[in-house]
Ligand binder design. Structure first.
Ligand SMILES: Nc1ncnc2c1ncn2[C@@H]1O[C@H](COP(=O)(O)OP(=O)(O)O)[C@@H](O)[C@H]1O
Ligand SMILES: [Mg+2]
Length: 470
């Protein structure tokens, strides 16, 4: 039971619809752009003068997994122009506007991060050139740093257009950044207001810091496999690829874990499951909640530097994340910036540069600093130092460990590099063919002949490369 409800948006106006869950926010907002559900009795009218677009919480997961991003965007662009060249240019322009690498167009949605997928969904909505964009909890499924990135992209996109916005959100911070006006839905009625409520960091949920030894990240009996694609006769390719099989691991507050394994052993699968970029078929993954607004977990893939928004300066990129991790402490921003850059072996002369003017290795290190800035409970790296030259890699690994100890961050780092593992971790887990074959203190690495065949093979390969391990 909802209403009677009167709500009007002027062209270009941005209105946030807030209120307790169950108040009817989603229904109200979606009536503006979708036909009413079949079982809804609706009195009165909803009229929109122009086109509408929808960006929903689940938009990122609703992209077609079987088709490239470029194809999906192209289809929408061609609804606005018959000229293929113009459609292609519109796709390139919107990707650029939203800070997405042009290469994203050639990829399938499944290999993108949650934040990239949600920006692709936003690109789809924008290509339809809506006069009204309905955004229903557009960032609720994202971690706070990624959410801030999507909100910033949405804000810039709206500033560059005349589109109006009807935003459903439970986050007053998101409403404050995006909207001119807040309408509160409660008791089935709309309570109109003006101005927006600024986020109050003091009311943000606080969780007590964990005591050393408490679990921060747990994989419990996790299995993820893929059926090899079958041929048209349905008989070929009946094999199964194993990502991880029956993995149980508990990472506790205060420890730093190196996950080692040859290529294909399942390291990246394990990371994707923990970062909620994939789901296990069997078992579950648990992450202890973050502190305050800070995220529970930040993950840094090997190419994290490539997904930094190109036109923001290093300072802007880091400050954005710092405000998530340390919302109450603006006075120490400069000190923190310099400290974070020194952890990744960069000077503060880089602060006013943009990612495009940095080398790949510098960009990657900025991405690591940005993940640390958000003060996550767990930093999960997937070959995150692999692209750096060996001396830098060693220095960053050691500084990272010192920083993590001081900040109370737990490091979980997947690598095939024993030297990185030895400098950064105090516990080593070895994977082979998707299973845990070793789990012990880091000294295991340097004990000749100890451990599984997989670890011995890694040790031999590393010995051949570097002479000897420290
Ligand atoms: N999306 C996917 N579809 C099919 N197989 C996959 C997928 N992702 C990973 N795999 C397979 O799972 C196994 C483990 O891969 P991965 O986790 O990437 O290993 P690592 O990171 O240790 O190199 C490999 O055999 C890989 O081919
Ligand atoms: Mg990998």
């Amino acid at each position: 039971m909802l209403g009677p409800l009167d709500l009007a948006l002027a062209p270009g106006e941005r209105v946030a619809l807030v209120g307790p869950s169950g108040a009817g926010k989603t229904l109200t907002a979606r009536l503006a752009c979708l036909p009413p559900p079949a079982d809804l009795r609706l009195e009165g009218t909803v009229a929109v003068d122009g086109r509408t677009g929808l960006l929903a919480q689940e938009s990122a997961t609703a992209l077609d997994p079987g088709s490239t991003v470029g194809r999906q965007l192209g289809l929408v662009a061609r609804t606005r122009t018959a000229d293929r060249g113009a459609a292609r240019r519109a796709v390139v322009a919107v990707l650029d506007e939203l800070g997405l690498d042009p290469a994203v167009a050639r990829r399938h949605p499944t290999v993108l991060s949650g934040g990239q997928r949600q920006r692709v969904a936003l690109a789809l909505a924008l290509l339809a050139e809506p006069d009204l964009l309905v955004a229903d909890e557009p960032t609720s499924a994202l971690d706070p740093v990624t959410a801030a990135e999507v909100v910033a992209a949405l804000r810039r996109a709206l500033d560059a257009r005349r589109a109006a916005l009807l935003l459903v959100t439970h986050d007053p911070g998101v409403a404050a950044v995006l909207c001119d006006r807040v309408v509160r839905l409660a008791d089935g009625r709309a309570h109109q207001g003006t101005g927006t409520a600024a986020p109050d960091p003091r009311t943000a949920a606080r969780t007590v810091p964990l005591a050393p030894g408490e679990p921060v990240l747990t994989w419990a009996g996790v299995t993820r496999t893929w059926r090899a694609p079958g041929g048209p006769d349905g008989r070929r390719g009946r094999g199964t690829t194993v990502g991880v099989r029956d993995v149980s691991l508990e990472v506790r507050a205060g420890e730093h874990v190196a996950v080692l394994g040859a290529s294909g052993a399942g390291k990246s699968t394990l990371v994707r499951l923990a970062a909620a970029r994939d789901r296990p078929e069997v078992g579950s993954v648990q992450v202890a909640p973050g502190t305050g607004r800070a995220p529970a977990l930040q993950s840094v893939p090997q190419d994290a530097g490539g997904s930094l928004t190109p036109w923001r300066t290093v300072r802007q990129l880091l400050v954005e994340a710092l405000r998530v991790g340390h919302p109450d402490d603006p006075d120490h921003e400069d000190v923190r910036l310099v400290e974070l850059l020194s952890v990744v072996n960069l000077g503060h002369d880089l602060l006013d540069r943009r990612p495009g003017t940095l080398s790949g290795g510098q960009r990657q290190r900025v991405a690591i600093a940005r993940a640390l800035a958000a003060a996550p409970r767990v930093l999960l790296g997937d070959e995150m130092l692999s692209a750096l030259d060996a001396p830098t890699r060693g220095a960053v690994a050691e500084a990272l460990r010192a920083h993590a100890d001081a900040a109370g961050t737990t490091l979980v780092v997947c690598t095939h590099d024993l030297d990185v593992a030895a400098r950064l971790a105090d516990r080593v887990v070895v994977l082979a063919d998707g299973r845990v074959v070793d789990d012990g203190p880091i000294a295991l690495l340097a004990t000749d002949g100890a451990g599984s065949a997989a670890l011995r093979a890694l040790r031999e390969a590393s010995g051949r490369r570097t002479g000897a391990l420290r």
